[in-house]
Write a protein of this length. Structure first.
Ligand code: BEZ
Length: 401
Protein backbone atom coordinates (compact mmCIF):
# COMPACT_ATOMS: atom_id res chain seq x y z
CA UNK A 1 0.00 0.00 0.00
CA UNK A 2 1.43 3.36 -0.98
CA UNK A 3 0.28 6.77 0.14
CA UNK A 4 1.93 10.06 -0.52
CA UNK A 5 1.78 13.49 0.94
CA UNK A 6 1.96 15.58 -2.18
CA UNK A 7 3.60 18.85 -1.43
CA UNK A 8 4.64 20.43 -4.77
CA UNK A 9 5.21 17.49 -7.06
CA UNK A 10 8.84 17.20 -8.14
CA UNK A 11 8.10 16.44 -11.77
CA UNK A 12 5.62 19.27 -11.99
CA UNK A 13 8.14 21.59 -10.37
CA UNK A 14 10.82 20.69 -12.90
CA UNK A 15 8.46 21.17 -15.81
CA UNK A 16 7.25 24.42 -14.35
CA UNK A 17 10.75 25.80 -14.03
CA UNK A 18 11.93 24.72 -17.48
CA UNK A 19 12.12 28.32 -18.56
CA UNK A 20 14.59 29.13 -15.81
CA UNK A 21 17.30 26.78 -16.90
CA UNK A 22 19.55 27.08 -19.88
CA UNK A 23 19.83 23.48 -21.06
CA UNK A 24 18.63 19.94 -20.54
CA UNK A 25 21.87 19.20 -18.72
CA UNK A 26 20.83 21.60 -16.01
CA UNK A 27 17.86 19.32 -15.24
CA UNK A 28 20.15 16.43 -14.49
CA UNK A 29 22.68 18.44 -12.54
CA UNK A 30 20.69 21.16 -10.80
CA UNK A 31 22.62 24.07 -9.40
CA UNK A 32 22.37 24.37 -5.61
CA UNK A 33 19.86 27.23 -5.88
CA UNK A 34 17.47 25.10 -7.94
CA UNK A 35 18.15 21.99 -5.90
CA UNK A 36 17.10 23.87 -2.78
CA UNK A 37 13.63 24.59 -4.14
CA UNK A 38 12.93 21.01 -5.26
CA UNK A 39 11.36 18.84 -2.56
CA UNK A 40 13.53 15.98 -1.37
CA UNK A 41 11.55 12.80 -1.95
CA UNK A 42 11.83 10.54 1.08
CA UNK A 43 10.54 6.97 0.73
CA UNK A 44 9.51 5.35 4.00
CA UNK A 45 9.63 1.58 3.75
CA UNK A 46 8.41 0.51 7.18
CA UNK A 47 6.01 -1.92 8.83
CA UNK A 48 2.66 -0.18 9.30
CA UNK A 49 0.86 -3.46 10.03
CA UNK A 50 1.69 -6.67 11.90
CA UNK A 51 3.69 -7.26 15.07
CA UNK A 52 6.11 -4.38 14.30
CA UNK A 53 3.41 -1.84 13.28
CA UNK A 54 3.92 0.37 16.31
CA UNK A 55 7.69 0.36 15.75
CA UNK A 56 7.21 1.56 12.17
CA UNK A 57 4.82 4.31 13.27
CA UNK A 58 7.27 5.59 15.85
CA UNK A 59 10.18 5.65 13.37
CA UNK A 60 7.96 7.53 10.90
CA UNK A 61 6.76 10.01 13.54
CA UNK A 62 10.26 10.55 14.93
CA UNK A 63 11.49 11.44 11.44
CA UNK A 64 8.58 13.79 10.70
CA UNK A 65 8.78 15.53 14.07
CA UNK A 66 12.48 16.20 13.48
CA UNK A 67 11.70 17.62 10.02
CA UNK A 68 9.11 19.93 11.61
CA UNK A 69 11.63 20.99 14.24
CA UNK A 70 14.04 21.87 11.43
CA UNK A 71 11.42 24.19 9.93
CA UNK A 72 9.72 21.68 7.63
CA UNK A 73 12.91 21.23 5.63
CA UNK A 74 16.04 19.10 5.40
CA UNK A 75 19.19 20.95 4.42
CA UNK A 76 17.03 23.87 3.32
CA UNK A 77 14.84 21.74 1.02
CA UNK A 78 11.15 21.00 1.50
CA UNK A 79 10.38 17.33 1.96
CA UNK A 80 7.74 15.06 0.46
CA UNK A 81 7.03 11.57 1.69
CA UNK A 82 6.02 8.32 0.03
CA UNK A 83 5.04 5.43 2.31
CA UNK A 84 5.16 1.68 1.71
CA UNK A 85 3.95 -0.82 4.29
CA UNK A 86 6.56 -3.59 4.14
CA UNK A 87 4.52 -5.74 6.59
CA UNK A 88 7.83 -7.15 7.90
CA UNK A 89 7.69 -9.60 4.96
CA UNK A 90 11.09 -10.36 3.39
CA UNK A 91 9.40 -12.05 0.42
CA UNK A 92 7.83 -8.72 -0.70
CA UNK A 93 10.84 -6.56 0.13
CA UNK A 94 12.60 -6.47 -3.25
CA UNK A 95 9.39 -5.48 -5.09
CA UNK A 96 8.55 -2.83 -2.49
CA UNK A 97 12.03 -1.36 -2.66
CA UNK A 98 12.05 -1.42 -6.48
CA UNK A 99 8.73 0.43 -6.46
CA UNK A 100 10.14 3.23 -4.32
CA UNK A 101 13.33 3.50 -6.33
CA UNK A 102 11.89 2.89 -9.81
CA UNK A 103 8.30 4.11 -9.96
CA UNK A 104 8.31 6.63 -7.13
CA UNK A 105 11.83 7.89 -7.89
CA UNK A 106 12.61 8.74 -4.28
CA UNK A 107 15.91 10.45 -3.46
CA UNK A 108 16.47 8.44 -0.30
CA UNK A 109 14.84 5.40 1.26
CA UNK A 110 14.38 5.33 5.03
CA UNK A 111 13.73 1.79 6.27
CA UNK A 112 13.21 -0.60 7.85
CA UNK A 113 12.59 -2.40 11.15
CA UNK A 114 12.95 -6.13 10.27
CA UNK A 115 16.43 -7.53 9.56
CA UNK A 116 15.30 -9.91 6.80
CA UNK A 117 13.49 -7.12 4.94
CA UNK A 118 16.52 -4.87 5.38
CA UNK A 119 18.79 -7.42 3.69
CA UNK A 120 16.70 -7.26 0.51
CA UNK A 121 16.67 -3.45 0.69
CA UNK A 122 20.45 -3.32 1.03
CA UNK A 123 20.85 -5.44 -2.13
CA UNK A 124 18.60 -3.13 -4.17
CA UNK A 125 20.28 -0.02 -2.71
CA UNK A 126 23.67 -1.37 -3.75
CA UNK A 127 22.49 -2.38 -7.24
CA UNK A 128 20.80 0.96 -7.93
CA UNK A 129 23.18 3.17 -5.94
CA UNK A 130 20.21 4.52 -3.94
CA UNK A 131 20.84 6.31 -0.65
CA UNK A 132 19.49 4.15 2.17
CA UNK A 133 19.24 5.14 5.83
CA UNK A 134 18.27 2.23 8.09
CA UNK A 135 16.41 3.52 11.17
CA UNK A 136 16.17 0.22 13.04
CA UNK A 137 16.99 -3.18 11.49
CA UNK A 138 20.19 -4.45 13.08
CA UNK A 139 21.22 -7.09 10.55
CA UNK A 140 25.02 -7.23 10.89
CA UNK A 141 25.65 -7.63 7.15
CA UNK A 142 24.22 -4.18 6.29
CA UNK A 143 27.26 -2.55 7.83
CA UNK A 144 29.47 -5.62 7.46
CA UNK A 145 30.11 -7.52 4.21
CA UNK A 146 27.27 -5.65 2.43
CA UNK A 147 28.46 -2.18 3.49
CA UNK A 148 28.52 0.56 0.84
CA UNK A 149 29.09 4.31 0.80
CA UNK A 150 25.36 4.89 0.13
CA UNK A 151 24.18 2.84 3.13
CA UNK A 152 23.88 4.31 6.64
CA UNK A 153 22.28 3.17 9.85
CA UNK A 154 21.03 5.40 12.67
CA UNK A 155 20.17 2.47 14.93
CA UNK A 156 22.55 -0.34 15.90
CA UNK A 157 23.95 -3.64 14.71
CA UNK A 158 22.53 -6.81 16.25
CA UNK A 159 26.00 -7.61 17.58
CA UNK A 160 26.46 -4.16 19.11
CA UNK A 161 23.49 -4.08 21.50
CA UNK A 162 23.84 -7.65 22.79
CA UNK A 163 27.55 -8.37 23.10
CA UNK A 164 27.95 -6.16 26.24
CA UNK A 165 25.10 -8.05 27.93
CA UNK A 166 27.23 -11.23 28.13
CA UNK A 167 29.58 -9.67 30.66
CA UNK A 168 26.72 -7.97 32.55
CA UNK A 169 24.95 -11.30 33.11
CA UNK A 170 28.17 -13.06 34.09
CA UNK A 171 29.13 -10.23 36.48
CA UNK A 172 25.71 -10.64 38.12
CA UNK A 173 26.81 -14.15 39.13
CA UNK A 174 24.83 -16.17 36.57
CA UNK A 175 26.63 -19.13 35.03
CA UNK A 176 23.93 -21.27 33.29
CA UNK A 177 21.69 -19.35 30.89
CA UNK A 178 18.90 -20.30 28.46
CA UNK A 179 18.32 -18.09 25.42
CA UNK A 180 15.00 -17.62 23.63
CA UNK A 181 14.17 -15.71 20.45
CA UNK A 182 12.35 -15.57 17.15
CA UNK A 183 14.19 -17.69 14.58
CA UNK A 184 15.32 -15.17 11.95
CA UNK A 185 18.38 -12.99 11.29
CA UNK A 186 17.89 -10.52 14.15
CA UNK A 187 17.15 -13.20 16.75
CA UNK A 188 20.00 -15.45 15.62
CA UNK A 189 22.51 -12.59 15.57
CA UNK A 190 21.44 -11.05 18.88
CA UNK A 191 21.57 -14.40 20.66
CA UNK A 192 24.91 -15.11 18.94
CA UNK A 193 26.40 -11.84 20.19
CA UNK A 194 25.13 -12.38 23.74
CA UNK A 195 26.51 -15.93 23.68
CA UNK A 196 29.91 -14.67 22.48
CA UNK A 197 30.14 -12.17 25.36
CA UNK A 198 28.77 -14.58 27.97
CA UNK A 199 30.87 -17.64 27.09
CA UNK A 200 34.01 -15.50 26.70
CA UNK A 201 33.38 -14.39 30.29
CA UNK A 202 33.13 -18.05 31.37
CA UNK A 203 29.35 -18.71 31.25
CA UNK A 204 27.53 -21.66 29.71
CA UNK A 205 24.48 -21.59 27.41
CA UNK A 206 22.35 -24.51 28.56
CA UNK A 207 19.85 -24.44 25.71
CA UNK A 208 18.92 -22.16 22.80
CA UNK A 209 15.15 -21.95 22.27
CA UNK A 210 13.40 -20.37 19.29
CA UNK A 211 10.00 -19.95 17.62
CA UNK A 212 9.52 -18.91 13.98
CA UNK A 213 8.91 -15.17 13.36
CA UNK A 214 6.29 -13.78 14.06
CA UNK A 215 4.73 -16.61 16.10
CA UNK A 216 3.77 -15.86 19.70
CA UNK A 217 2.93 -19.32 21.02
CA UNK A 218 5.50 -19.36 23.81
CA UNK A 219 3.87 -21.74 26.27
CA UNK A 220 5.82 -24.92 25.42
CA UNK A 221 9.16 -23.11 25.54
CA UNK A 222 8.37 -21.36 28.82
CA UNK A 223 7.53 -24.76 30.29
CA UNK A 224 10.89 -25.99 29.02
CA UNK A 225 12.64 -23.07 30.78
CA UNK A 226 10.88 -23.96 34.04
CA UNK A 227 12.11 -27.54 33.66
CA UNK A 228 15.72 -26.53 32.92
CA UNK A 229 15.81 -24.05 35.83
CA UNK A 230 18.74 -21.96 34.50
CA UNK A 231 20.31 -19.12 36.55
CA UNK A 232 18.83 -16.61 34.07
CA UNK A 233 17.16 -16.22 30.67
CA UNK A 234 18.25 -13.97 27.79
CA UNK A 235 15.52 -13.05 25.28
CA UNK A 236 15.04 -11.14 22.03
CA UNK A 237 11.49 -10.21 21.09
CA UNK A 238 10.09 -6.82 20.07
CA UNK A 239 6.78 -5.04 19.58
CA UNK A 240 3.64 -7.16 20.04
CA UNK A 241 5.73 -10.34 20.49
CA UNK A 242 7.69 -8.78 23.36
CA UNK A 243 4.48 -7.77 25.12
CA UNK A 244 3.12 -11.31 24.88
CA UNK A 245 6.37 -13.02 25.91
CA UNK A 246 6.96 -10.92 29.03
CA UNK A 247 3.35 -11.36 30.15
CA UNK A 248 3.41 -15.13 29.49
CA UNK A 249 6.71 -15.45 31.40
CA UNK A 250 5.14 -13.77 34.44
CA UNK A 251 1.88 -15.70 34.10
CA UNK A 252 3.89 -18.95 34.23
CA UNK A 253 5.26 -17.86 37.61
CA UNK A 254 8.84 -17.29 36.40
CA UNK A 255 8.93 -13.52 37.07
CA UNK A 256 11.10 -13.01 40.16
CA UNK A 257 12.11 -16.70 40.07
CA UNK A 258 14.43 -16.85 37.05
CA UNK A 259 15.83 -13.38 36.22
CA UNK A 260 14.91 -12.21 32.72
CA UNK A 261 17.43 -10.28 30.61
CA UNK A 262 17.28 -9.20 26.99
CA UNK A 263 18.15 -6.67 24.36
CA UNK A 264 16.27 -3.44 25.05
CA UNK A 265 13.59 -4.19 22.44
CA UNK A 266 12.04 -6.55 24.99
CA UNK A 267 10.82 -3.56 27.02
CA UNK A 268 11.01 -0.49 24.72
CA UNK A 269 7.70 0.91 23.49
CA UNK A 270 5.95 -1.97 25.28
CA UNK A 271 5.85 -1.08 28.98
CA UNK A 272 2.32 0.27 29.14
CA UNK A 273 0.99 -3.02 27.76
CA UNK A 274 3.35 -5.22 29.84
CA UNK A 275 2.57 -3.56 33.18
CA UNK A 276 3.88 -5.23 36.33
CA UNK A 277 5.13 -8.25 34.36
CA UNK A 278 8.06 -6.15 33.08
CA UNK A 279 9.18 -4.69 36.42
CA UNK A 280 12.80 -5.63 37.19
CA UNK A 281 13.62 -6.87 33.67
CA UNK A 282 17.15 -5.77 32.72
CA UNK A 283 18.15 -5.04 29.14
CA UNK A 284 20.96 -3.43 27.15
CA UNK A 285 20.30 -0.77 24.53
CA UNK A 286 21.66 2.49 23.11
CA UNK A 287 18.93 4.47 24.89
CA UNK A 288 17.19 4.75 28.26
CA UNK A 289 14.06 6.76 29.06
CA UNK A 290 15.72 8.86 31.74
CA UNK A 291 18.95 9.85 29.97
CA UNK A 292 19.75 13.20 31.45
CA UNK A 293 20.98 15.29 28.53
CA UNK A 294 19.46 18.39 26.86
CA UNK A 295 18.91 16.60 23.53
CA UNK A 296 16.81 13.90 25.19
CA UNK A 297 14.82 16.44 27.20
CA UNK A 298 14.05 18.35 24.02
CA UNK A 299 13.26 15.21 22.02
CA UNK A 300 10.81 13.88 24.64
CA UNK A 301 9.06 17.26 24.91
CA UNK A 302 8.77 17.95 21.18
CA UNK A 303 7.68 14.38 20.41
CA UNK A 304 5.02 14.48 23.14
CA UNK A 305 3.78 17.91 22.03
CA UNK A 306 3.44 16.84 18.39
CA UNK A 307 2.15 13.28 18.76
CA UNK A 308 0.76 12.99 22.29
CA UNK A 309 2.95 9.90 22.81
CA UNK A 310 6.06 9.24 24.87
CA UNK A 311 9.11 8.94 22.62
CA UNK A 312 10.98 5.62 22.57
CA UNK A 313 14.05 4.18 20.87
CA UNK A 314 12.25 3.77 17.53
CA UNK A 315 11.27 7.45 17.49
CA UNK A 316 14.85 8.40 18.44
CA UNK A 317 16.21 6.43 15.48
CA UNK A 318 13.77 8.13 13.07
CA UNK A 319 14.59 11.53 14.56
CA UNK A 320 18.32 10.88 14.06
CA UNK A 321 17.79 9.60 10.49
CA UNK A 322 16.30 12.99 9.56
CA UNK A 323 19.13 14.80 11.38
CA UNK A 324 21.73 12.78 9.45
CA UNK A 325 20.17 13.52 6.04
CA UNK A 326 20.00 17.18 7.06
CA UNK A 327 23.76 17.16 7.70
CA UNK A 328 24.42 15.62 4.26
CA UNK A 329 22.23 18.14 2.47
CA UNK A 330 23.59 21.14 4.33
CA UNK A 331 27.11 20.23 3.24
CA UNK A 332 26.09 20.72 -0.40
CA UNK A 333 23.54 23.54 -0.05
CA UNK A 334 20.77 21.04 -0.70
CA UNK A 335 22.37 19.33 -3.69
CA UNK A 336 21.66 15.65 -2.95
CA UNK A 337 23.23 14.67 -6.28
CA UNK A 338 26.65 15.82 -5.05
CA UNK A 339 26.98 12.34 -3.64
CA UNK A 340 30.64 12.30 -2.63
CA UNK A 341 30.35 15.45 -0.53
CA UNK A 342 27.03 14.34 0.96
CA UNK A 343 28.39 10.95 1.96
CA UNK A 344 31.59 12.44 3.38
CA UNK A 345 29.59 14.85 5.54
CA UNK A 346 27.29 12.07 6.76
CA UNK A 347 30.18 9.71 7.52
CA UNK A 348 31.89 12.36 9.66
CA UNK A 349 28.66 13.68 11.25
CA UNK A 350 28.60 14.20 15.00
CA UNK A 351 24.95 14.21 16.01
CA UNK A 352 23.64 15.50 19.30
CA UNK A 353 21.28 12.56 19.70
CA UNK A 354 18.82 11.94 22.55
CA UNK A 355 20.87 8.77 23.16
CA UNK A 356 24.05 10.84 23.69
CA UNK A 357 26.83 11.84 21.28
CA UNK A 358 26.53 9.92 18.02
CA UNK A 359 29.22 9.32 15.41
CA UNK A 360 29.60 6.72 12.66
CA UNK A 361 32.24 4.13 11.75
CA UNK A 362 33.67 3.50 8.27
CA UNK A 363 30.72 1.24 7.46
CA UNK A 364 28.12 3.87 8.40
CA UNK A 365 27.08 2.18 11.66
CA UNK A 366 26.73 4.25 14.85
CA UNK A 367 29.50 4.22 17.43
CA UNK A 368 27.62 4.60 20.69
CA UNK A 369 27.36 3.89 24.39
CA UNK A 370 25.32 0.83 25.34
CA UNK A 371 23.33 1.28 28.54
CA UNK A 372 22.20 -1.29 31.07
CA UNK A 373 18.59 -0.45 31.95
CA UNK A 374 16.10 -1.87 34.42
CA UNK A 375 12.33 -1.48 34.31
CA UNK A 376 11.39 0.55 37.38
CA UNK A 377 7.90 1.97 37.84
CA UNK A 378 7.12 1.51 34.17
CA UNK A 379 10.25 3.18 32.82
CA UNK A 380 13.45 1.85 31.24
CA UNK A 381 15.72 3.42 33.84
CA UNK A 382 19.46 3.62 33.27
CA UNK A 383 21.49 1.53 35.72
CA UNK A 384 24.90 2.29 34.21
CA UNK A 385 26.81 2.48 30.94
CA UNK A 386 27.37 -1.22 30.19
CA UNK A 387 30.09 -0.37 27.65
CA UNK A 388 31.26 2.94 26.30
CA UNK A 389 31.54 3.88 22.62
CA UNK A 390 30.80 0.39 21.29
CA UNK A 391 31.96 0.07 17.70
CA UNK A 392 30.61 -2.83 15.63
CA UNK A 393 33.63 -4.67 14.16
CA UNK A 394 32.15 -4.29 10.64
CA UNK A 395 33.45 -7.76 9.79
CA UNK A 396 33.81 -8.16 6.03
CA UNK A 397 33.28 -4.47 5.17
CA UNK A 398 35.73 -3.41 2.50
CA UNK A 399 35.37 0.37 2.81
CA UNK A 400 38.67 1.75 4.08
CA UNK A 401 38.53 4.12 7.05
C1 BEZ B 1 15.34 -6.54 13.53
O1 BEZ B 1 14.68 -7.36 12.87
O2 BEZ B 1 16.49 -6.19 13.20
C2 BEZ B 1 14.72 -5.91 14.73
C3 BEZ B 1 13.35 -5.84 14.86
C4 BEZ B 1 12.78 -5.23 15.96
C5 BEZ B 1 13.60 -4.69 16.94
C6 BEZ B 1 14.97 -4.77 16.82
C7 BEZ B 1 15.53 -5.37 15.72
Amino acid sequence: MTSSIHTPNRRRFLLGTAGLVASAAAFRFPTPAIAQAVPLRVGFMLPYSGTFAKLGDFVDNGFRVQVERLGGQLGGRPVEFVKVDDESKPESATDNMNRLVGREKVDVVVGTVHSGVAMAMVKVARDTDTMLVIPNAGVNEATGPMCAPNIFRTSFSNWQVCHPMGKVVHDAGHRRVVTITWRYAAGDQMVGAFKEGFTDAGGEIVEELAVPFPEVEFQALITRIATLRPDAVFAFFAGGGAVKFVKDYAAAGLHGQIPLYGSGFLTDGTLEAQGAAAEGVQTTLHYADDLDNPANTQFLKVFKDKTGAVGDIYAVQGWDAAALIDVGLRATNGDWAARQETVAAMRSAKLDSPRGPLGFNKAGNPVQDIYLREVRNGRNTMVKVAEQAVNDPARGCRISA
